[in-house]
Structures are given as C-alpha cells and as structure tokens.
Design a protein around this ligand. Structure first.
Ligand SMILES: [Zn+2]
Length: 414
C-alpha cells in the first residue's frame, strides 16, 4: 500500500501529464486512433504514474437491440482506453490495467454468452479483442461510481427469412419443399415475488408521528402488485398480503419454492439523526459502509456483530456469480427508474446502490433487491410516506424499473 503522500504524488503526475497532452473538458473519454504498432511514449510514463486499476469482474447482458459487456474496475481508469480495429477484430486497450484471474475464467466460461479475448500487453495494458463478424457496430464509454467500462455491441440484422405462398397458378409439383416455418414464439411468464417487510407483531421502523413501516410497505407492495398484474406476462406473488408476521426464512423459502425470477423486498429506513433522508437500494454483499451494515442488522433483527462477516456467509456455499451480477443490474435499473420518476414530483436524495448482508437477499436463489424507500425518522419523509399518492408513485417508479429490467429478459427467452 503506497503512503498517502505517494498517492497524491501519483495523481499529481497523472493530472499533469493528462492535462498537458490530452486536454479534455469535463473528463470526457478520449478516443485516439491507432496507427500501426507504435506505442505512444506517454503511455509508458502514465503507466508508471497512477496505481493501476484492475478488472475485477466482467458481465455480459443481452438486451433487445444490443449486447452489453461491462468491465467492473477497482478504480477509475487513467488514461482513457483506446480503440483499435483490424480487418477482423475490434480491440479496446485499457492502459495501466490489470486482470483478475477470476475475470479471465468467467470470460472464457461456458455460461459467458459471447466470444472475446482478454490479454495483457507488455506495456501494462489489457487488450479486449472481439471478432468483428456478427457485429454491425459498437459503442463504448467509461463510467464512474462504480468505475466501469461499458461496451455495447449491435448485431448484424439477421438474414431475413422470406416465406412466400406459392402463386396459385403454379402446379404443386414445381413448388419444391415448403419453406421451414419460423420457430414458434415461446414466451415464458416471469415470476416476481414482492416482499413487503415486517408485519403483525413486528411493526418495523416507527415514525415520530406514529407511522409504521409495516403499513406503508404493504400499501406500496399492493400497488406494485396491481401494476404488474396488469401486464399479462408476469406472475406476481406477495410474501404477505395482510398484516401478518412472517419469518425472514419463510419469505426466502416462499420465493425459492415458487421459482421466482425476481425478488423485490420493500422497506423503510430509519436513522437516529432526524435530518437524514433519502432513498437507497441494496443487493447482497459485504456492507458498503458502516451505515449499510446497521441497516441490514436492523432489518435482519440481529445484533450488529452477527452481521459482520458476510464474506464467510457467501463463501460457505459460493453464491453464484450470475445472481450477484443480475441483482446488481436489477438494483441499478430499478433505482434509476425510481429516482427519475419521483424526481418529477419530489426532491429525492439519491444514496445510490449499496450492498449489505440482508438475510432475505442472501437466502433467495434468484436476483434479489431490497429498497429502502425513505427515512421514516425524517419528518418531511414521514409525511410523504403517509400519503397515498406518494405510495402509488413509489410503486410506479419501481414498476418502471422492473419493466426495463424484464423487457430484455423476455426478448432473450423467446
Ligand atoms: Zn424494514
């Protein structure tokens, strides 16, 4: 671990070199055309300056119009990636970057849906190489919070299958074999389990005006169920539809036995400081900060220290990578839609996506998220939580997010 002084010196060198050579406004991504086998001398200099980033994970998701490849990084990438193209390949060079063995294993594994190659160059870059065949065009961009490089690949239009009825005047003997009919469209109903937190003897968090978490989340869940039920292609189940107490374990078992595709748990946050407000969405993982751990401990109903070693919890039976990736994607999609929708009506403080060892997220086998809608301990948000209009809008925001997540899944399952 370099000292703080070293880090600031590194960033200083990085900044100087970057601003002297690539004057980009607002941290925009630079795309520099590649010319032959040259390596820009600055690349060597920069590669020695800031600490390298590491590709800690690779994900691929098929959407309706494109396939998205995401490279999750341990820190923002500097300098910007460069693209190179040959007659048969497209390459994205990530300077000053390292590769986790698990990432390579994942990208070459059977379950990874497309062919690509990740290799290390002598100048300390990672080269992502894709065969061009099959892709019409691509877009890539660098995003932060969390640091990642996103590559969207647009496939060639599939060769159109034209099926024509033979002209009625043509004798049948001259027609030849009938064209093969297109495969039938099989659309699987997605199963969604909505989990309104608490209930019965467990009121959940309480507001100063007496608002109870268990009541508000049930209202929101009921609205969400109604919205999803209107969509013919989803089956919705609720872990509770009335004010009853249900163990966390039974909630997870309920979703698992119904073979749910998605699990959405709805909760309301609380904080000792009344000024704290806002929304945050969780998926399972090590607590992203001490407060995330406190939130999970409260929702799990266990003392804080019992929640402190989530990675042992994961490693014990290897939570599958796909579930973690999909849950993260589900959390982002839902949070973005929810915040965007509510922003039109209210001032929403967006705390973003966090991870924490929530029991229901750990014990469910499908992509699972837990939404902490607002803080019942904040008087403004408690008032909002009591409003039936607000409850409906929250449901609608979550519904929009689920729809954006579901649509590519339904397309892919055809
Ligand atoms: Zn709760």
């Amino acid at each position: 671990m370099p000292s703080t002084r070293m880090i600031s010196l590194y960033s200083c060198i990085g900044m100087l070199v970057l601003s002297a050579s690539f004057p980009l406004p607002g941290g925009a991504t630079e795309v520099r055309p590649f010319s032959g086998n040259e390596t820009h001398p600055l690349i060597h200099l920069i590669a020695q300056s800031p600490p390298p980033t590491s590709i800690r994970n690779i994900r691929a998701l098929r959407h309706k119009q494109y396939t998205r490849v995401v490279l999750d990084l341990t820190r923002p990438i500097h300098p910007a990636p460069q693209e190179h193209q040959t007659a048969t390949t497209f390459q994205l060079e990530l300077p000053n970057t390292q590769l986790d063995k698990s990432t390579v294993a994942k990208s070459t594994g059977d379950s990874f849906p497309l062919q690509l190659d990740l290799s290390t160059t002598s100048s300390g870059s990672i080269l992502l190489t894709l065969p061009i065949g099959g892709w019409k065009h691509y877009k890539w961009y660098v995003l932060n919070n969390p640091a990642r490089v996103v590559l969207d690949l647009y496939p060639m239009a599939e060769a159109a299958v034209v099926i024509k009825a033979p002209p009625s005047s043509t004798p049948a003997s001259q027609v030849g074999p009938p064209p093969t009919p297109p495969p039938p469209i099989i659309k699987k109903d997605l199963v969604i389990v909505i989990d309104p937190g608490h209930g019965g003897k467990d009121p959940g968090a309480l507001g100063r005006k007496g608002t109870r978490e268990k009541d508000v989340v049930l209202h929101i869940a009921n609205h969400l169920r109604d919205l999803l039920a209107k969509e013919g292609s989803t089956k919705v189940f609720m872990t509770r539809e009335t004010d009853v107490f249900i163990e966390l374990e039974d909630r997870a078992t309920f979703a698992n036995t119904r073979k749910a595709d998605l699990f959405v748990s709805i909760h309301i946050n609380s904080h000792p400081q009344a000024s704290v407000k806002g929304m945050e969405l969780y998926h399972f993982g090590e607590a992203s900060d001490p407060r995330a751990l406190a939130v999970a401990a409260r929702e799990n109903g266990t003392p804080l220290e019992k929640n402190a070693a989530p990675w042992q919890f994961i490693l014990a039976d290897k939570l599958n990578d796909k579930k973690i990736d999909d849950s993260r994607e589900l959390a982002w999609t839902t949070k973005n839609s929810l915040v965007k929708f509510l922003d039109a009506f209210y001032k929403i403080k967006d705390h973003g996506i966090k991870t924490a060892p929530f029991f229901v997220l750990r014990m469910t086998t499908m992509p699972a998220i837990l939404a902490e809608i607002a803080f019942i301990s904040n008087s403004t948000e408690e008032k909002l939580l009591q409003s039936s209009t607000y409850q409906k809008r929250v449901a609608e925001g979550i519904f929009n997010g689920l729809q954006s997540y579901i649509t590519p899944l339904q397309t892919a399952s055809r």
